[in-house]
Design a binder for this molecule. Structure first.
Ligand SMILES: *Cc1c(COP(=O)(O)O)cnc(C)c1O
Length: 351
């Protein structure tokens, strides 16, 4: 290692307050990009610029041809760097590409980009035991110019990374959420099932209002009948009752890889898994409820307020997360950190 590089490395180790990182953007050394032009993907490029030079008429800017992913890399106790289930993110990004008529990204390119950007920013991978991790953000956009509404002929695939702390700084502590009936996140036959920016744009109003009213997140109901639980803000919803892990079945929910993993862990722990419609009134019968996603793994929920009729559903009477949510959370975190046996083969080791 060159001395300047070594000095930089020492500087980073000294300067980053790993234990108090927020969940936010953090400037690192490099990101990677690959352009699709003339019917083919080009070579992967490594750059130190945080900016993208993009055509003023790019379809991503006007017509929302855009999809993103989020996954994490963890430094284990054994010093190894593990990426959690990247193949699923690669598949999901291509579902999003298909849903918005973008050029899919070959899995091999996704993998090369991910490995390259993680290795290039090795000094930003948070040490084991800090509760922090390296967040990996792949992004696919229509970069070709069009004025009429049609898919672009050119695409840009990028990946940047950054160290992040726990999604909620309070840690694994129960939060309050709010059922909203005056906003929808996605239509039943719309784009709710794919990870595109438009879904976030249409959820911002409800989400910002809920924060202003003192809630961590909103709980959307199905847009058509307003009878069933749908998406929990930027996360999936799950509930525990009678040794069952129950999660909503809906065409407008984004298939969470965390949820998929928790279902497998629940089954492995001897629980039954139900993926079905969940009527709002059933909230009164659950022992535990929570939200799940890459950012927080599980966010336990202590209170759900139905904003329109004032009904309240209360959980975590002692203020702590329920025993089943805690067990699921510890198991999944343990696998990601290499503390628990990776019996499902979910980790990819970067070496
Ligand atoms: C990304 C996302 C999730 C969580 O998915 P994970 O793969 O578990 O991170 C859930 N809901 C929405 C709307 C999302 O965008």
């Amino acid at each position: 290692m060159e001395t300047t590089e070594l000095k930089e490395k020492i500087k980073t180790m000294e300067n980053i307050d790993w234990k108090n990182l927020p969940f936010g953007y953090f400037k690192t050394d490099y990101n990677v990009r690959c352009y699709y032009k003339n019917g083919a993907w080009g070579k992967l490029e490594v750059t130190d610029s945080e900016y993208v030079n993009i055509h003023i008429a790019a379809t991503a800017l006007h017509y929302g041809q855009e999809a993103f992913e989020g996954l994490k890399a963890f430094k284990g106790k054994d010093g190894k760097v593990r990426v959690f289930r990247w193949e699923e993110n690669s598949k999901r990004m291509n579902n999003s590409a298909q849903g918005t008529l973008m050029q899919p990204v070959p899995a091999e390119l996704f993998k090369e980009a991910m490995i390259t950007v993680i290795k290039k920013n090795e000094r930003f991978i948070p040490p084991y035991g800090t509760g922090a991790s390296l967040y990996v953000r792949p992004l696919l956009i229509g970069s070709g110019a069009e004025v009429g509404v049609k898919p672009a002929k050119e695409y840009l695939f990028m990946v940047f990374v950054g160290p992040v702390g726990p999604y909620f700084k309070e840690g694994f502590k129960p939060v309050s959420i709010q059922i909203v009936r005056d906003y929808d996140r996605a239509a039943p036959l719309g784009t709710g099932h794919i990870k595109v920016g438009g879904n976030y744009a249409s959820s911002l109003q409800a989400s910002e209002r809920s924060h202003a009213e003192g809630f961590s997140s909103v709980l959307f109901l199905d847009a058509k009948e307003k009878k069933y639980i749908d998406e929990c803000g930027p996360a999936n919803f799950f509930a525990i009752k009678d040794n069952k892990y129950i999660t909503p079945k809906s065409v407008s929910i984004l298939p969470s890889i965390t949820n998929m993993s928790l279902k497998d862990i629940a089954k492995d722990m001897g629980m039954e898994v139900e993926c079905r419609r969940i009527p709002v009134e059933e909230l009164a019968t659950f022992e535990e409820v929570g939200a799940c996603g890459t950012a927080a793994v599980i966010t336990p929920i202590k209170k759900i307020l139905d904003r329109e009729n004032g009904l309240e559903y209360l959980y975590c009477k002692d203020g702590e997360a329920g025993p089943v949510s805690t067990k699921l959370y510890n198991k999944l975190k343990g696998i990601q950190l290499g503390e628990e046996e990776d019996k499902f083969g979910w980790n990819f080791i970067i070496d």
